[in-house]
Design a protein around this ligand. Structure first.
Ligand SMILES: *[C@@H]1O[C@H](CO)[C@@H](O)[C@H](O)[C@H]1NC(C)=O
Ligand SMILES: *[C@@H]1O[C@H](CO)[C@@H](O)[C@H](O)[C@H]1NC(C)=O
Ligand SMILES: *[C@@H]1O[C@H](CO)[C@@H](O)[C@H](O)[C@H]1NC(C)=O
Length: 370
């Protein structure tokens, strides 16, 4: 009894901590007290506050879903559901640290699953081991084609389609314009290389010549050995697949080497935030205006964030009876800049995290009687 009280007050203490990157745990929602308190169930939430891709801007939707779930007495009756958060920094090593911290180190070690862990780069290593700990893992942001391997990732599930689908769009464009030679510039991560591998197969079958430059990223997200030689001399069409830091460095180097429209044309793969070319680009020796000269005719392929393009008055057949417009309003009014993680904005994958949270809970609910 005393043990339980101690645990509860320790938990509410943790729950009131402000979020910060690293291994600072946040528990949400606060655990119930009193004679009618439901039995708390926990899952690990691992996302990224920093790094090559910041995934926490998708959490407003997850928070909203979690609140609805805890108010709904037909879901997990007798239980309340809570997460314990750790930051993975969109980094392989930090994600493994976060995962081990969640599984072994903390007050609450008996978690039922993982939602995460952030970008594809940080999700791959944890999804490869979470099944050894009997944990089901759901990601609402990762999309690496590598996850299609069910032998390596047997208990991993995701909401987004695979990034390999982007290859089809590039290929369609190459065919449309009947381009006969393209240069592929690819960050050395499965998320990008696997998508580009699919494109290479199409190009090969179609007899389109291509060259490939693989980029290795070293400390501070710097591309190792970036120079004029990164750009194939005989190509005029460049397809760049890499996170924002790669995009910025490549476009800046392209500017320095005068690889400009109309003679040269660049394409990028998704995962870029609005205005991505401006952030800190001076450190590479370019101004935003110079970047814009390279980017003026650049085409980027992105996922269609469905919730944001549908009729806002549509009432979809959801458990919480929300119209899309009402979902979007509540997401930004009630869940941005709010406790516990104080996420400063919302991105287009937030509705996927809403869905991911529900998918995880429905699966868990189905285990209650069996
Ligand atoms: C959603 O609407 C249905 C039908 O009107 C109702 O039975 C149900 O209680 C509502 N659910 C919520 C969460 O408000
Ligand atoms: C969230 O952060 C903003 C700006 O840093 C601050 O003004 C606000 O009070 C914070 N809100 C919460 C709930 O922590
Ligand atoms: C959740 O599980 C309970 C207990 O088995 C069940 O009564 C309820 O219908 C389930 N809820 C949903 C939404 O499937």
């Amino acid at each position: 009894m005393w043990g339980n009280l101690l645990l509860v007050s320790l938990l509410s203490l943790l729950a009131s901590n402000a979020a910060s990157p690293g291994l600072v745990d946040v528990i949400y929602p606060p655990v119930e007290n009193g004679p009618d308190a439901r039995t708390p169930l926990y899952f690990s939430l691992i996302q990224s506050f920093s790094g090559q891709y910041v995934s926490v801007y998708s959490l407003p939707g997850l928070h909203m879903a979690l609140d609805f779930i805890n108010q709904d007495n037909t879901l997990l009756p007798g239980y309340s559901l809570h997460y314990v958060f750790t930051d993975a920094e969109c980094d392989r090593k930090e994600a493994l640290n976060a995962f081990h911290h969640q599984v072994f180190d903390k007050v609450i070690t008996n978690k039922l699953g993982v939602i995460g862990s952030g970008c594809s780069v940080s999700t791959e290593p944890t999804a490869a081991i979470s099944h050894y700990y009997n944990l089901v893992q759901v990601s609402c942001i990762a999309s690496s084609p590598a996850f299609r391997n069910r032998v390596l990732f047997p208990r991993y599930f995701q909401i987004l389609p695979t990034d390999a689908s982007q290859a089809n769009a590039f290929y369609a464009m190459i065919r449309h314009y009947n381009w006969r030679r393209v240069a592929l510039i690819v960050q050395d991560e499965n998320l990008f290389t696997a998508a580009i591998d699919e494109l290479k197969e199409d190009l090969f079958n179609d007899g389109v010549e291509f060259t490939e430059e693989t980029l290795v990223i070293v400390e501070d997200d710097i591309i190792e050995g970036l120079s004029k030689d990164t750009f194939d001399d005989d190509s005029r069409i460049f397809i760049v697949a890499g996170y924002e830091p790669v995009g910025r460095q490549i476009m800046c180097e392209a500017y320095k080497n005068s690889l400009l429209y109309p003679r040269y044309l660049f394409f990028t793969i998704s995962w870029y935030n609005a205005g991505w070319w401006r952030d800190g680009v001076e450190q590479y020796g370019c101004t935003p205006e110079q970047m814009e000269q390279v980017l003026e005719h650049t085409l980027t392929i992105v996922f269609l964030p469905s919730a944001r393009y549908l009729d806002p008055s549509l009432t979809t057949d959801t458990k919480a009876n929300l119209t899309i417009g009402e979902y979007l309003r509540r997401e930004s009014e009630d869940y941005v800049n709010s406790a516990p993680l104080n996420i400063s904005k919302v991105d287009e994958f937030s509705s996927d995290c809403y869905d991911g949270m529900y998918a995880f809970t429905y699966a868990l609910n189905n285990t209650i009687n069996g």
